[in-house]
Every structure is written in C-alpha cells, then in structure tokens.
Write a new protein. Structure first.
Length: 162
C-alpha cells in the first residue's frame, strides 16, 4: 500500500518525466528539422510576447510529438523509436481519476471513455502500487534519456554531451 505522501511524490516524478520528455521532443524537432526563425531565448519571454510558431511553441500534443519524432528518426535512418504507449499513460494521468475507499489507499487510477447513449466505458483501471509507480517512473525517465542520447548521437547542440 502507498501512503498519500509517497503517492504524490511518485506521481509527481512521473509527471515531471513526461513534461521533460515533451520538451526534449520539442527541442529535438526544432533542431533536427532546422529552425525557420532566429533562436528563441525562452527565459526572456514575457506574457503578451508574440513568437513564431515552431516545434517549441506549437500546440502539438505529446502523441503528435512522438509520431513526428519517430517519423524524423526514420527519415534520418535511425532504427530506434520512442514508446508510443506513454501517451496512454499521460492521458490516464491527465484525464483520469485517482480514487480510494480509504484516505490511505489502496489507490486506483480510472479513466473513462466519452459517453455513448448515456454510458461510459472504463478505458483504464490501474492499481497504483509501489511497484507500478516505480516502473512508470523508470519507464518515463528512460524515454527522456533515449531522446537525449539520440540527439547527442545525431550531433544536435540542444543535447550537449556530458
């Protein structure tokens, strides 16, 4: 069983990894396709600024980004691909409901379909066990590392070597 503090920390790690993955994919696309505009200085942007649309600033979802990066990898002749199933994980965390019968758990993550004729279907039902949380933290971290390593292999300057 997971207590609420450990659950919050574990979910936070997974969400942080998913956000890092998304930004890394955006950097990969921005540099590997070739920026059409002067490089953005993200730390200098303020509310109300207008900037060109590009892989860093566009409204692509994580699913769109994974597909575009996988297509780009194929075009570059790189056999490695990103794990598309992470989109299901991201969507479950973003749109699902975490429930428990008791305040201390056990916790379950549920996601439902859009309604059809007054009913919804359960599309995700995951017991948030310590093992599952650890596996998802590792899985999301590994995908971030994969895109960084691929970027370094391709010589992209947005992923400097260590």
């Amino acid at each position: 069983m997971v207590n609420t503090d450990k659950l919050a920390t574990a979910l936070g790690k997974i969400l942080t990894n998913l956000q890092a993955l998304e930004f890394s994919l955006r950097l990969f696309l921005y540099e590997s396709v070739g920026p059409q505009h002067k490089t953005l200085t993200l730390d200098q942007l303020a509310v109300g600024d207008w900037v060109p649309e590009n892989p860093i600033t566009n409204y692509d979802s994580l699913g769109d980004l994974v597909c575009k990066v996988n297509e780009r990898l194929e075009a570059l002749g790189v056999p490695e691909r990103l794990d598309h199933s992470l989109i299901d994980l991201r969507d479950a965390l973003a749109h699902g409901r975490t429930s428990a019968l008791l305040p201390r758990g056990p916790f379950k993550l549920l996601k439902f379909s859009r309604p059809k004729q007054g009913k919804v279907q359960v599309t995700t039902a995951i017991d948030l066990t310590p093992q599952w949380l650890t596996e998802q933290t590792k899985r999301t971290f590994d995908e971030v590392q994969k895109i960084v390593q691929l970027g370094q292999y391709l010589g992209l300057t947005c992923f400097p070597g260590q």
